[in-house]
Design a protein around this ligand. Sequence first.
Ligand SMILES: *[C@@H]1O[C@H](CO)[C@@H](O)[C@H](O)[C@H]1NC(C)=O
Ligand SMILES: *[C@@H]1O[C@H](CO)[C@@H](O)[C@H](O)[C@H]1NC(C)=O
Ligand SMILES: *[C@@H]1O[C@H](CO)[C@@H](O)[C@H](O)[C@H]1NC(C)=O
Ligand SMILES: *[C@@H]1O[C@H](CO)[C@@H](O)[C@H](O)[C@H]1NC(C)=O
Ligand SMILES: *[C@@H]1O[C@H](CO)[C@@H](O)[C@H](O)[C@H]1NC(C)=O
Ligand SMILES: *[C@@H]1O[C@H](CO)[C@@H](O)[C@H](O)[C@H]1NC(C)=O
Length: 585
Amino acid sequence: MLTDKHEAAANPGQPKGDPVSRRLSRRALIFFLLALSGLSFLLRNILTLENLSYHTASMLFQPQNSSHPALAQKGPLPPYNNHTICSHLEPTPDEALEDRALLDAIAWPKPPAPTSLNQTSDPVHSLFAILPSKGGRERRVGDQLEALVQMQDFQGRPKRYGGDFLVARLHSPDLGAGVAGTVVDHLNGSYSALFPLLWEGPAQVTITMVHSSEAVAVLQRLREQRSDRFFFQSLFRSGELSETSVCNMCLPHNRPQEPLCNYTDLHTGEPWYCLKPKRLSCDTRINHFKGGYKKDLVTHKEALLFQSRVNIKVVIHASGPDRIDVLPKKIDDLELKNRNIEPGSVKYNPSGYYYKGSWRSFDGTPVRQFDAKSITQCLTGKMINMYGDSTMRQWFEYLRAFVPEFNLRSPAQAGPFMAVDCKHNILLKYRCHGPPLGFSTVRASELRYVANELDRLPGGPNTVVALSLWAHFSPFPVEVYIRRMRHIRRALERLLARGPGTLVVIRSANLRALDKEMSLNHSDWFSLQLDRVLRNMFMGLAVVFVDAWEITLAHHSPHNIHPPPDIIKNTISLILTQVCPAKKS
Ligand SMILES: *[C@@H]1O[C@H](CO)[C@@H](O)[C@H](O)[C@H]1NC(C)=O
Ligand SMILES: *[C@@H]1O[C@H](CO)[C@@H](O)[C@H](O)[C@H]1NC(C)=O
Ligand SMILES: *[C@@H]1O[C@H](CO)[C@@H](O)[C@H](O)[C@H]1NC(C)=O
Ligand SMILES: *[C@@H]1O[C@H](CO)[C@@H](O)[C@H](O)[C@H]1NC(C)=O
Ligand SMILES: *[C@@H]1O[C@H](CO)[C@@H](O)[C@H](O)[C@H]1NC(C)=O
Ligand SMILES: *[C@@H]1O[C@H](CO)[C@@H](O)[C@H](O)[C@H]1NC(C)=O
């Protein structure tokens, strides 16, 4: 599916050269407009796919043996293969077609094997230049800016292949303005970063190499072959007796003598297993917690590709000026609008940008600002159900300053949490998603799959559902994420059909701080791939999409898995604007 161009970074779901991507980009536009206007018509888009071969999802997991005596006795586990207890989880032919299309949409160019670090991409030797505008015209709001990046290796030789993971931002600290750029990989060592010019005044280009193409290849290998690098445990207890056992999504199949506890969800079929404790029964499982990470899965040579301040998230310098001055737009608004949303002609469609420190949608409509009173007013009569990882919990934590929390005595990371305002009939709930989940402790009784929770909601105009699932899936093969999201999508379709008027908000992945260890398990590259899958899978469904990727990329603060309060505030305002749109006068 890779053709002449491969779009690399900032803006998942952007136009690309091939027909599938063009179709996807058109759909991206529809999705974007839906998200913008909050129109609640159902535009379920069936994936129309052609000539796609059958793909077998292989989810290969193997438990860590350190804490399980039975395993320790038997020595190291066999190498990765597809003989796991999950091998029965074959997708249906339709699902396999969708899997194939989604995997094609996130295909990433593989570099030739480098012989030494010297031949890999070096952000310090690499340079970018802002291209002159067409005909030397002055630059105006509504125009597009292009910067050309030439990647070079550690000896200053130009790179001749693509696959580097770059992100780009156009910003103005003075104006509190920022927008994410789109990076297009020309597959020959050069990249274009494209930016819309959305404000008048100064604008500065920042381009960052997150990982070299060679580093991405290592991540790809780890994801496909060592998805066991993250493992889990459960405590089992009955009376005085307690035991800890290793758990994961799929355990190896080659030990039929090894008894297992099968916690596969009967409703969704989502697999989950623990090695059976020696003396206790499977129904004495008390909790679920993060077991840990396997170490030393990369060679010494590979480790050199993951050095903080050398080749992880290092800024690329400009060969000339890195900033421009933007003049007010001249052409009339209508023409600008048509130019920007005409399918085919559109080069970028960021979901929004910062101006004076506040997030605005792409068309410039400011997001409504809310104070304590207007938050209560907006939430009156509403039931807000939040599901997902800690990036969703941050929304709950923000809102509980305005709605009194009912103490459920839950573990601090995993919840569940609830806040109630009886006077205004407001109910806020947060619940974490089902495993894989790397929280410190989750009670076994609270391990629930989002799809099942959604099936228990009646829905309707007073119901808001907010979802954010991504960070805990990054060490696993993409097929695991696709399967989970497919179950959730089906549940959302049922919910929207049963309870028309339900507002569904889906939050995308965001960028995070990376060092070597974090990169190997949870790199932004993994998140970006899941994010693209998410966008494609929910396109056409009447849901509001919160583009946390761009909201964090466009912002001036350092990347953080848990974005700082200013970003949360902007995000909550964006959502509340959807819940309570400004009255049209
Ligand atoms: C598993 O157990 C064997 C035998 O005790 C040990 O040699 C091996 O290092 C262990 N593997 C891991 C990943 O801990
Ligand atoms: C299992 O793995 C082997 C070798 O890696 C491969 O030849 C075989 O086709 C795989 N089977 C399935 C069902 O994917
Ligand atoms: C676990 O249970 C599920 C659902 O009952 C079943 O489909 C699956 O085959 C079981 N797994 C094993 C290894 O027995
Ligand atoms: C890498 O480059 C340095 C300096 O240019 C050189 O001294 C070194 O031998 C090179 N290493 C390899 C493995 O080529
Ligand atoms: C790389 O490809 C782009 C787009 O096709 C082209 O404009 C550029 O000149 C090429 N660069 C090199 C060094 O070949
Ligand atoms: C994953 O992260 C942990 C700590 O965050 C680290 O010890 C481990 O080495 C990492 N995984 C890999 C594959 O390196």
